[in-house]
Each structure stands twice: as C-alpha cells, then as structure tokens.
Design a protein around this ligand. Structure first.
Ligand SMILES: [Mn+2]
Length: 319
C-alpha cells in the first residue's frame, strides 16, 4: 500500500472507528487521536476506542475529544500487531474481516486486517501516520503534532532505545517546527511520577537482590506487595528497567507474580547478554535487550532456575 492509497481510503469512506491496543501506550493513543482529529477535520465522522478506556497520564492527547454518534462503516487499527491485543471489550473486532485497515510498525504483525500497512523499520507507528498526513498536503495541527510526537518519544524511550533512527529525529524536528510543547510532553512522560510510584520504586530498590559479583540483579514483586501498595496496576508498569539501571549490572531480572505459582519474568540486558535467547530457555522470547517469559513453579524454584541461567550466560561472557 502507498500513502496516497491510504489517503484515498480516508477520502472515500466515512464513519470511522479507530482501534487502539489494550494497556494503551503513547504510540497507539497518539496515532489514534491524531488520526481521529485528522479525519474529523476532513469532515468525516470518527471515534477512538480502547478496551479499558484512556489512562489519565495521556489526557493531553484526548483533551477535547468527544464521542460521535454514527453507524460504523470503516474500522482502522493503529499500532496493533495482533487481535489478542484488542483486549476483552473489543473482542468483537477480532473476528475475520472486522477490521478494514491496520497501520503498524511491529515485525510480528499478524495481517489480520483486510489491508495492512506495516513498516518494521519505523521506530513508532506515529512516524508512519505522520508520513501519511504529510502526503495528503492537509494541515497538521499542533495537537496532531503533539500526539504524534508523544508516540515517537514514548516508543523510543525518549530517543534512547536502539530502535531510535535518524528518521525518528528528523520527523520529530518537523513536528517541533509546528510549535509542539515537547518540554511538557517529555516531563509528563518521563520525569513525573506519582507518590505511590516513588514509594514502590524505593521498596524495589531496598529489596533488590544482587548475584555473581553484582553483575546480575533481581527483584520480586509478589501479589501481596502489589495489593499492599493499594494502587492501580499501572503504577507497577516499567519497573523492569530498574535492576539494569544499577552500575555494573549486565542482567536485570524482574519476577512478577501473576497467580499462585505463576510468575511473569522480564529480563533486561546490556550488550554482553542476549535477553531473547535467555528467555527462550523458558519458552519465552522478545528482543535482544528486553525479553520475557512465564514460569509455572514455586518462587524459590523460579528464582534458582533464572539464576542458574544467568550464571551460565555470565560465565560465557567472562573472558
Ligand atoms: Mn508502537
């Protein structure tokens, strides 16, 4: 598909539903609301849907948004690699033929939509969205620009992750020229945290375990701990980057309890260790620096299995 074909679809259709993925992030919401505004400015009807609703921390993206009444005629999924990611309340769109167009940047995209535009080299789906908008020659408002910038900034970890490309910077520069308030966006996305979150981080740091000459660090989040904190589950997201943030650590492991004897494992590594290969040993997978798996066993056993693997990896890289 070309960008002009996609713009033709926007022009020739109406009554759009835009789907965003569950546990929504800045990219899916940024793309969703940018596209919604773009279509509405074309005189089209459009709504954005999410299985769980829109998290508070992204409120500047959906500020001023209201749901329109219409009979849905065209469905677009943004930043959604697989229909599993639609979430429980959007399950009706998982059936064959329910989604007309998918715009995404995940190499793992399942091609569930009637038409798909995937660019796995794009750091964020927001970059693709920007190129589509630009091709149309229509105005990209400051609010659209801020939504797209949020998608790029969050998916690249504020331009720090390995997926950051010169193109991500170039397009961000073009968005800056549209007058976006990038300082406020980045402060909101990366610097500000709730008091509850700060308490959780302190507790995690206090309970961090170190192994193998401090080259491996490990944290455990039990259901009890999470319930005791008495905060939303979202406050526990992204903690997996903390173990690896310690100087000298090559493997950072986060063990998060799902149920009795069911643990979700996140592994983060530096250049010395392949996180994806590490997790494959336990039936999981992911990226080279960030991967995950699920282990069904008592905690003590889970911990020792992971440490044994970490020991192997670290011995292989000792020299
Ligand atoms: Mn994305």
């Amino acid at each position: 598909m070309t960008f002009s074909e996609i713009n033709r679809i926007f022009e020739e259709n109406d009554n759009f539903t835009i789907l965003t993925h569950k546990s929504p992030d800045g990219d899916t919401l940024g793309c969703g609301f940018a596209l919604c505004e773009f279509l509405r400015r074309m005189g089209k009807k459009a709504n954005v849907l999410n299985s769980e609703g829109f998290p508070d921390r992204y409120n500047f993206i959906y500020e001023g948004y209201y749901e329109q009444q219409f009979e849905e005629k065209y469905v677009i999924a943004v930043d959604i690699a697989d229909t599993i990611l639609l979430g429980h309340n959007l399950e009706r769109y998982a059936k064959e033929g329910a989604i007309d167009l998918c715009i995404d940047h995940h190499i793992s995209n399942k091609h569930y939509a009637k038409q798909t535009y995937v660019d796995p080299d794009a750091s964020a789906a927001a970059l693709i969205m920007y190129k589509i908008f630009k091709e149309s020659g229509r105005q990209i408002t400051k609010h659209i620009a801020e939504s797209l910038y949020t998608g790029i900034a969050t998916d690249t970890g504020c331009f720090k992750y390995e997926n950051t490309t010169p193109e991500a910077h170039r397009i961000s520069a073009e968005l800056m020229e549209l007058g976006i308030d990038f300082t406020t966006i980045n402060r909101k996305m990366f610097d500000v945290k709730s008091k509850a979150r700060l308490r959780i981080e302190q507790s995690v740091a206090r309970h961090m375990e170190y192994y193998f000459d401090d080259r491996c660090s490990l944290i455990v989040l039990t259901k009890e701990m999470m319930e005791e904190a008495g905060v939303e589950a979202s406050e526990f997201e992204g903690l997996a980057s903390i173990p690896l943030s310690v100087e000298g650590v090559l493997i950072g492991i986060t063990i998060k309890q799902r149920h009795e004897n069911v643990y979700k494992i996140s592994v983060r590594t530096t250049e010395a260790v392949d996180a994806s290969a590490f997790c494959k040993n336990f039936g999981g997978g992911g990226h080279i620096r960030a991967a995950g798996c699920e282990i069904h066993a008592p905690l003590a056993e889970v911990r020792s299995m992971l440490l044994m693997q970490a020991d192997k990896e670290l011995n292989g890289t000792k020299e």
